[in-house]
Design a protein around this ligand. Structure first.
Ligand SMILES: *Cc1c(COP(=O)(O)O)cnc(C)c1O
Length: 461
């Protein structure tokens, strides 16, 4: 009988399915609620198919296969280790900065033990969570006071709300940036209750543009780091020094959203001298905000550093409580700052990867190619590649890198990339002229074995 109703009736009920032998191990592994949910979804799919076409009916084996693959998928953590063979160091989609081993230890310790998070051990009274990093951050940035919140978007929102609500904030039209879709300066401004006053043009904004825009309603001049784009050619914007003087002559605040948060001298990372550095910003601006997990190389936080009177106002603003940093992150951030204070830059993975020399990278690529050649029969070459700092840090900075390219005997690069993404430890790599390209800069020492097996599997598939 091919009547729809009969084919629907032929589908076994939940109680019967739950008693199937192949379901039993999954009941244990996943728990009854999740197994039932998955089966329900599979059954709904079958019902839909039966209604859609006369061809479709319930087939035991097909149902079993489909359920088993859904069970297996559900049994793996969704958030999982991925090998970054893209050469993009601060890869926003892959979790931005990796955290230093020392910092990871501190994070584990603070996660699994009680701590003096908000307890002053000397006085035996309530303490401040911010106190664990404030002095370090001031030492490293040169600022009078500082505060750490959940992320930089929160830092900018909080600072604008606490310092500029119901007044005008002047921003150059060349700096009205959008970062990663959801962070847009005009929207954040709106949300904060401050009024955006745009000045200048996209490519040129002069000091007199700011000067003319200042009125008694103005509370702040805001400079924003154009993290993910560059305007080139006929451009101009005032120096920090000039903006700072203009703001102070007019008794308004000069704030800078530094974005990436470079915390060392630029030459330590081989970055151009004009790349935004927190220390430089803090020497001119009254308030500087920055991310913890971009060029700083720490966990996700938003830093606010600057003049004490202003930081005090921000600390007291009720929104600060809603954006506060959690203890695990705070422990990781403190530990990262300690590494900075000790000058142990190569302990910080983001800094280490950015500092790797082309010669070092070439040696790594050659070693990888040699190992792969021993196992795989394919065209394997060591090639020069372009790596990037990435992560809305400094877009124009391309890094000279090295990698290994491999050509599959019959499949295109897209196919191989897809295979690599589907593994238990997925590998994300580049492609060029139908060859996959493994950039070695972002590969960790303990990932090579897994990586080599993955590539072997992909090239032999
Ligand atoms: C990245 C960035 C932000 C957002 O920082 P998050 O840490 O992602 O919240 C804000 N402003 C600038 C200029 C940035 O580059």
């Amino acid at each position: 009988m091919s009547d729809v109703k009969q084919r629907l009736i032929d589908i076994p009920g939940m109680d019967i399915i739950l008693n199937y032998e192949w379901v039993q191990t999954w009941l244990e592994k996943l728990g009854r609620i999740r197994v039932k949910r998955i089966i329900n979804k599979e059954l709904a799919d079958i019902r839909k198919k039966i209604i859609e076409s006369e061809e479709n009916r319930f087939i035991d084996e097909e149902f079993k296969d489909s359920c088993m693959s859904s069970f297996a998928f559900a049994s793996r953590p969704s958030l999982t280790h991925v090998i970054n063979a893209s050469g993009v160091v601060i890869h926003t989609n892959l979790g931005r900065s990796l955290i230093a081993d020392e910092a990871v230890k501190a994070m584990c310790e603070s996660a699994s033990h009680y701590s003096n998070l908000e307890y002053d051990l000397k006085a035996g009274t309530r303490g401040q969570r911010n106190s664990h990093v404030e002095d370090l951050l001031c030492t490293l940035t040169g600022a009078e006071a500082s505060l750490v919140v959940n992320n930089n978007a929160g830092a900018v929102l909080l600072a604008l709300s606490a310092l500029a609500k119901d007044s005008e904030v002047i921003v150059s039209r060349g700096e009205l940036v959008e970062i990663g879709g959801s962070f847009r300066i005009p929207d954040i401004m709106n949300l904060s209750g401050a009024f955006l006053k745009e000045v200048g043009t996209t490519n040129r904004t002069h000091l007199y543009d700011y000067e003319r825009a200042i009125t008694e309603k103005t509370s702040m001049l805001l400079k924003v780091h154009p993290s993910n784009f560059r305007i080139e050619g006929f451009t101009t914007s005032p120096e920090r020094k000039e903006l700072s003087k203009l703001a102070h002559d007019n008794h308004v605040i000069f704030m800078e959203d530094a974005g990436s948060g470079l915390l060392v001298e630029n030459d330590i990372l081989n970055l151009p001298s004009d790349e935004t550095n927190i220390k430089t910003c803090a020497s001119y601006a009254d308030i500087v905000t920055f991310s913890g997990d971009k060029l700083l190389g720490g966990p996700q936080i938003g830093g606010i550093a600057g003049r004490k009177a202003l930081i005090d106002r921000i600390k007291k603003y009720p929104m600060a409580r809603a954006l506060r940093v959690d203890k695990v992150t705070l422990a990781g951030f403190e530990s990262t700052l300690r590494l900075y204070a000790q000058g142990m830059y190569d302990e910080i993975p983001t800094l280490r990867m950015l500092r790797l020399s082309p010669e070092d990278l070439k040696t790594r690529a050659e070693k990888l190619a040699e190992e792969l050649s021993r196992r795989i029969n394919a065209l394997i070459r060591v090639i020069e590649v372009e790596d990037a700092a990435g992560g809305g840090s400094c877009p124009e900075i391309k890094l000279k890198g090295w990698g290994v390219s491999l050509k599959h005997k019959s499949e295109g690069a897209g196919h191989v990339q897809k295979f690599l993404r589907g593994l238990d430890v997925p590998v994300l790599c580049g492609a060029r002229d139908d060859e996959i390209v493994i950039h070695v800069r972002t590969i960790l020492d303990d990932e090579y074995e897994t990586l080599i097996s993955a590539i072997e599997g992909a090239m032999n598939a």
